[in-house]
Every structure is written in structure tokens, then in C-alpha cells.
Design a protein around this ligand. Structure first.
Ligand code: AMP
Ligand code: MG
Length: 487
């Protein structure tokens, strides 16, 4: 394990031509203090966790003091935002310090988010507020706990510097780790500019770093597009299965590695509603929960267009056509697992659909209902009352139970509950849980709730008796929580 000054930086993105980024230092953050530190993420970059108790730790992860081999830069990209192409975006408030090679040989981007104005800031102030930094910090670790690919979060550093949003808030810097921060929009910017040589340079860079098995293949660009397509299809299925809504699925927020990243107004669905919109700034529901799978494909089509100078049109179509079947297969497998079914059989899609329809009608909590299904007793004389009582339409429930029971007879029943509990989380990051942590942090500089949630959400499938109340459906006051693009 390394001390701060020993971190093993190896900065590959900084070696790309200047067109791809702007070099700059973070803007100093006044009187920074450590809000939370995530030892699990520290392991990813071989950082000795005891370093977090150094008096100057916050100075380092506010960007006020840089590690010796960092080469700070902001990345250039463009993107389709709510359907409209914006030719120039880029890290408007993030700075990549560089990449760290860990003992396992993996290269991790280390990025400060909220570290001040950059050449891509447009009208923005370059800052992130404590509230949204806490949400991203907790959600990325919650997603990791759920087994869903995501960027990670090393720590949050706060400051009393004021930041103006709908109200006055305070600034924070989140240190984010990811195998890559390259987005669909990183390619789109060069397609728009007609700089096709840069598209090839970036594709070659990404392939060499992340898809080395493709390097010598004559069809490497098509195969790269295919990998991104398959990963995105799987990611969308994972989001849908766990009830996660990203909120801002612009192409600049879509990772070429199929990671969940750029957490903003995300939300985990509570009462089941396919049209669930988590983002208050998206009244039309472009990014509603049930739109996500098709938006994934829409975004891939934008990405494919940016790669079109490198791939024959016919091959692009072949790849994009593979998205829907891949998505449906992953989704069906995930839903089958949630019902304790080891494989997908012919009428299973109908079985999921009718359960979801009943859940919608009864406004049942998506997470808790699936979790409680683990206790379903499949013997013919069992009444399953605690479950049955939750549904308004008991006759529909009884009919569904008859099909489910019949279907379970085709399964090896041993350890069904254990299998179901391993895929149906007990704990998710509910908005009200995040809100409680945020309020304690903002009002009293009490960060204990953040740490408690970090620990809990790291093991979302394990029942933790003393934490039972954290699985509760939202209290009445939580209806007032509004999350928007403002962060
Ligand atoms: P997002 O929707 O958060 O991914 O942001 C879209 C774009 O706006 C990205 O290029 C961000 O870097 C940029 N951005 C968001 N908030 C700010 C801010 N406060 N200051 C500067 N740029 C920002
Ligand atoms: Mg973004």
C-alpha cells in the first residue's frame, strides 16, 4: 500500500495530442475538510487508508496540493443533451489528475469533480455542491454493491465556500475513480468537426487500453462498437432490473465501458411505476424509467455515427441490430433470477409482466416486494397472506400465484430463497435516506450518516437486523424532495 506521495501515476490520456484536452490546475478550495473517505475505493489505487487521517489529506483531494506525478487536465467532449446536439461540452468542473496503475495491473483514472472553472465551463462556476457530491458518492458505491458497473468514489472534501444554485449551498470536491472517463460524446466532438483522424486516434487509444484483444483485428472498430453495444445493453438491463433511473442519459454521460456514471438527478424507483421520472428538470419524461432501454440504443446510434468514418454502414447496422435482442435476453435473465428461476422459459415474460402490472396497480415498493417474494411458500395449501394482503386485486394475485407455483415446480427448489436474496436487494439508496445524510452534513457538519449508508449499501443483499428501518418505504415528508439537474 502506498503513501500519498508514492501513488503510481502513469498518465496515458495526457499523452494524447493537445486537441483532446486542456491542461490546467484545480482552483484552490478555501479551508477544505474531509467529509468522507471510502477505504474500499482506496484499495483500487493501492492507497494506504491510514493516509486519510493525515492533517493535509483534504488539501490533496481538494486539488489545493497535487501529487508529484499528476498531470491535471480537463477532457474535451460534445454530446446530445435531451436530444439536441451540443458541439462543445467537456469537463466543465472536473479535472483528471491522471491514471494510477495498481498492483493488479489495472489503470484507474483519478478525477476531481467540482474543482473549479475549466475552458469548458461555459456559464458554470466549475463547482459541485455538497448535496450532489454526497448523492453521487453514495450512489456509485451502492451501484457497485449491487454488482452494477459504475465509476467509484474515493472521498468527498468540503468547504464553506458558497455556491449559488436554487439556494445558497456549499462547495465540495468528489474524487472519482473509473477505468475510463471516455464517453460517447468524446467521439462525437470530432465527427462534428470533421476531424476523422482524431476519431481514429481516440478509438485506437481506447482499444489499446480497454479492449487489447481487438488491437490486431482487421475489424477492430466494428468489434469495438459491438463491445460498447453489448455492454450498454447489459447495463440497461441491470438498471431496469434494480429499478434505477439515471435521469440524464445524454450521450456525454454514456461511458464507452458501459459504466454508470455522471450521477445527477438519479433515483431508485420506490412505488412501481414504469413511467417514473426521477429528474424534476425532465417534465416530458425523455429519460423516464421505461424509456431507458430505447434511449440506450438511441445514444449508441449517435456513437455509431461518430465512428462511421471508420466502419462500413452495413456493419454498423448489424451491430446496432444486436442491441435489442441482447437487452431483452439480459433483462429476462435478470427478472427470472429475481423470481428465483434459474433459466428463462417460454411463458416467463408473461409472468414478469403480470406481476409488474399488479404491482403498479397496488403501488407496491419495487425493491421490497421482490425481496419479500423470497419468502413465497410454493406448497399448494400455503396462503402467503403477508404477500397477498399487499395487492388490491386479490383475484388477480391468486391467478398469478397459480402460474408462479406451477412454474416453480419446474425448478430445483433447493435454496430458492438464498438465490433470490442474492439478487433482490434489501437496501437501496432511497432519496429520503440520502436526504437525511445530506441534512445532517449541511446543518451540523455531522458526516456519520454518510459513513453509515456507505457501509450499509456496500452490502445491499445482506439482512442487517439493526438496520431494518433503512429498508422502509419513504416517509410522508420525502414526497417534497425534488432532484433536478442543478448540482
Ligand atoms: P451534467 O449534466 O452534469 O453531466 O453536465 C453537463 C455539462 O455541463 C458537463 O460538460 C459538465 O461538466 C458541465 N457542468 C455541469 N455543472 C457545471 C458547473 N457547475 N460548472 C461548469 N460546468 C458544469
Ligand atoms: Mg456529464
Amino acid at each position: 500500500m502506498h503513501k500519498l506521495h508514492q501513488l503510481n501515476f502513469e498518465n496515458t490520456f495526457a499523452r494524447l495530442p493537445d486537441t483532446f484536452h486542456s491542461r490546467l490546475n484545480p482552483t484552490p478550495l478555501p479551508a477544505p475538510y474531509l467529509v468522507s473517505f471510502n477505504a474500499n475505493a482506496a484499495d483500487l489505487i493501492d492507497l494506504d487508508s491510514t493516509e486519510s487521517s493525515r492533517a493535509d489529506f483534504a488539501e490533496h483531494f481538494s486539488g489545493n496540493r497535487l501529487p508529484p506525478n499528476a498531470e491535471p487536465l480537463s477532457m474535451l467532449y460534445a454530446g446530445h443533451q435531451f436530444g439536441q446536439f451540443v458541439p462543445q461540452l467537456g469537463d466543465g468542473r472536473a479535472i483528471l489528475l491522471g491514471e494510477i496503475r495498481n498492483r493488479a495491473g489495472e489503470l484507474w483514472d483519478v478525477q476531481l469533480k467540482g474543482s473549479g472553472i475549466t475552458p469548458y465551463s461555459r456559464q458554470g462556476d466549475g463547482r459541485a455542491v455538497l448535496r450532489s457530491s454526497i448523492r453521487e458518492y453514495l450512489c456509485s458505491e451502492a451501484m457497485h454493491g449491487l454488482g452494477i458497473p459504475t465509476s467509484r468514489a474515493l472521498c468527498i472534501v468540503g468547504s464553506d465556500e458558497e455556491v449559488y444554485r436554487e439556494r445558497i449551498e456549499t462547495a465540495a470536491v468528489l474524487t472519482r475513480l473509473a477505468p475510463s472517463h471516455v464517453r460517447f460524446g468524446s467521439f462525437e466532438v470530432f465527427y462534428y468537426r470533421g476531424q476523422h483522424e482524431h476519431i481514429a486516434t481516440l478509438a485506437d487509444y481506447v482499444i489499446a487500453r480497454h479492449f487489447p484483444h481487438l488491437v490486431d483485428d482487421a475489424d477492430k472498430y466494428q468489434l469495438f462498437l459491438n463491445e460498447v453495444t453489448q455492454r450498454t445493453a447489459k447495463l440497461m438491463a441491470q438498471w431496469q432490473a434494480v429499478g434505477f433511473s439515471h435521469g440524464v442519459m445524454n450521450t456525454d454521460n454514456m461511458s464507452i465501458l458501459g459504466l454508470t456514471f455522471d450521477y445527477g438527478p438519479f433515483g431508485f424507483m420506490e412505488a412501481y411505476d414504469p413511467g417514473y421520472i426521477c429528474n424534476h428538470s425532465d417534465p416530458g419524461g425523455r429519460y423516464a424509467y421505461d424509456q431507458q432501454p430505447q434511449i440506450g440504443l438511441w445514444n449508441l446510434a449517435c456513437f455509431a455515427q461518430a465512428l462511421s468514418p471508420l466502419i462500413p454502414t452495413e456493419d454498423i447496422h448489424t451491430v446496432l441490430d444486436s442491441y435489442a435482442p441482447a437487452y431483452h435476453q439480459h433483462y429476462a435473465e435478470s427478472m427470472a433470477a429475481k423470481l428465483g428461476l434459474s433459466k428463462v422459459m417460454q411463458n416467463d415474460i408473461q409472468l414478469f409482466a403480470s406481476l409488474l402490472k399488479m404491482m403498479h396497480a397496488s403501488q407496491l415498493d419495487y425493491t421490497n416486494l421482490f425481496r419479500s417474494l423470497g419468502n413465497f411458500n410454493s406448497s399448494a395449501d400455503a396462503t402467503n397472506d403477508p404477500l397477498r394482503d399487499q395487492f388490491i386485486d386479490r383475484a388477480a394475485f391468486d391467478a398469478w400465484v397459480a402460474s408462479y407455483r406451477a412454474r416453480l415446480q419446474q425448478e430445483p427448489d433447493s435454496k430458492r430463497k438464498a438465490r433470490m436474496d442474492a439478487v433482490n436487494p434489501k437496501y437501496i439508496l432511497r432519496n429520503y435516506l440520502a436526504q437525511n445524510a445530506i441534512e445532517k452534513a449541511e446543518k451540523n457538519r455531522d458526516f456519520s450518516e454518510i459513513d453509515r449508508l456507505l457501509k450499509l449499501l456496500g452490502k445491499p443483499f445482506d439482512g442487517q437486523p439493526e438496520m431494518e428501518s433503512y429498508a422502509a418505504t419513504p416517509p410522508e415528508w420525502a414526497r417534497q424532495i425534488e432532484v433536478s439537474c442543478s448540482s
